[in-house]
Write a protein that binds this ligand. Sequence first.
Ligand SMILES: Nc1ncnc2c1ncn2[C@@H]1O[C@H](COP(=O)(O)OP(=O)(O)OP(=O)(O)O)[C@@H](O)[C@H]1O
Length: 303
Amino acid sequence: MSAISISGLHKRYPRVHALDGIDLAVERGEFFGLLGPNGAGKSTLINIVAGLTRFDAGRVSVLGHDVVTDYRKARRLIGVVPQELTYDPFFNVREVLRIQSGYFGLHKNDAWIDELLAALMLTEKAGANMRALSGGMKRRVMIAQALVHRPEVVVLDEPTAGVDVELRKSLWAFIRRLHSEGHTIVLTTHYLEEAEALCNRIAILNRGRLVALDTKPALLARGIGRTRRVCVTTEQPLAGLPGALEQKVRRRDGHMVELQLDKGTDSVMAVLDALRAHGAVITDLNMEGADLEDVFVELTRGK
Ligand SMILES: Nc1ncnc2c1ncn2[C@@H]1O[C@H](COP(=O)(O)OP(=O)(O)OP(=O)(O)O)[C@@H](O)[C@H]1O
C-alpha cells in the first residue's frame, strides 16, 4: 500500500487547468520532493491530498483511505504544513497545539506537545502569544501543529520559505529525524539545493503536469546531466561569439558569458581557444558540473 496514491487527477479553476492528469504514488518511508516553478500546481496538489480542496476527476488516497469517501481516516494519517502562515493571534503556542489535538480527540497530549516544543526549539515560547512570535517561530509552530496527532505521512509545503539559514538547517535536521523515525515525508520546495540534499525521489511539476519523476541520481544522469557549465569572464565585453558557440550560450551579461557544454563532446580548451581567436582576453573561468537546477531548468523551460 502506498503512503499517497494519486491517479487521473484533474483540477480546474475558472481560468486555469491547475492539475492536468496527475498519476503519482509516494511509497511508505520515502523522502519525496515535489518541485516546480510558481503556479505549477504544487500547493493545489497538496491541498487535495490533505482533503482541503475539491477536485474534478481522479482518485486520491492516503495509506489506502480515499480522501473524499474516507475523509476522517485519511485526515488522521496525514499531517500537512501549509505554505501560508495562518494562526489565531489570541492564543499562545501551547493553546494552539492543545486545540489542534482536540480536533483529533486527543485530550491528554501534553507529553507529546512538550516533545514537539523541545524538538522545534519552542519550549521557551510555549506561553507566548502567536502574534508576538517571529515569522520563523510561527512556521515552527505550524510544523508542530501538523504533527500533534503523530501522522505517519508528513507533507510540508515550502517549510523553509523565508526562513534564515540557521533555522533552515535546524528544520532540515528535524525533518530528517522524522524520516529516520519512520515517517513518510513529502516536501515541496523552491530550493533545489534542499531537494538535492534531502529527497530520495523527486517529482517535477510544470503547468499542472508531471514532467519528471525519478530518483535524484537518475534525474542527474539524464542527457542534461551530462553537461557542464563554463562561465568565462573577459577583459572587454564580448562583441560577438564564434558561430559554433552561440547555440551553447546559457547566459550573457557584459563581460561574462556562461556556456553549457557537453561533457563528452565539447572540449573546454577548444572553447577557450575559439574565444581567444575571436579576440577575447579571458580574465576568469568557472566550471560547474550539472546539478538538479540544470535538469529543472531544462524540464520547465518554455512550453
Ligand atoms: N483558489 C484558486 N482559484 C483560482 N485559481 C487558483 C486558485 N488556487 C490556485 N490557482 C491557480 O492554479 C495554478 C496552480 O497554483 P498553485 O498554487 O497550486 O501552484 P504552486 O506550484 O503551488 O505555486 P507556488 O510555488 O507559487 O506556490 C496557478 O495558475 C494558480 O493561479
